[in-house]
Structures are given as structure tokens and as C-alpha cells.
Design a protein around this ligand. Structure first.
Ligand code: SF4
Ligand code: SF4
Length: 71
């Protein structure tokens, strides 16, 4: 799963890791609309994943997918 939603609700599309502004562990910010440098994008064979999932920022951990629904 990518951040903040139950496994069964997350289709691991990776959109949240592109859409959101996130403060990264090195103190820089990933801007809105740019793929996170830690995102492993979804392919036809594999769902999206995070290279630092166990150390992901709190914003990622607390993210709820419903936040993206209005987009
Ligand atoms: S946008 Fe939602 S469904 Fe897609 S990876 Fe993020 S949490 Fe999962
Ligand atoms: S740190 Fe991981 S979970 Fe957070 S936006 Fe980047 S790829 Fe997604």
C-alpha cells in the first residue's frame, strides 16, 4: 500500500505520490504535481511502491486517499 489507507482500499496507482506536496527526509519539498523521487511508478506488471516505505514522511503515513477525490 502507498500511504494512509487500508490495503484493501488502495489500488497502488501512485497518484498521491505525484499530486501532493511532501516534505522529504532530506528537508526538501517534493512539489505538487511532480513524481516523488522515492516513487517506483506503476507498470502493467507491478503496482506503484515507495522506496522508503518504512521511513516515509509522516505526511505520507497519515494521507487519506479520499483527499484526492475532488481532483
Ligand atoms: S492515490 Fe489512493 S489508491 Fe492511489 S496509491 Fe495513493 S492511496 Fe492508493
Ligand atoms: S516518500 Fe514514498 S509514500 Fe511519500 S510521496 Fe514519496 S513515494 Fe510516496
Amino acid at each position: 500500500m502507498i500511504p494512509g489507507v487500508p490495503d484493501e482500499a488502495c489500488i497502488r496507482c501512485g497518484v498521491c505520490c505525484i499530486a501532493l506536496r511532501v516534505k522529504l527526509p532530506d528537508g526538501t519539498y517534493k512539489p505538487e504535481g511532480m513524481p516523488c523521487p522515492y516513487l517506483i511508478p506503476r507498470t502493467e506488471e507491478k503496482p506503484a511502491s515507495c522506496k522508503i516505505y518504512d521511513q516515509r514522511p509522516q505526511a505520507c503515513e497519515l494521507f487519506f486517499c479520499m483527499d484526492l477525490l475532488p481532483l
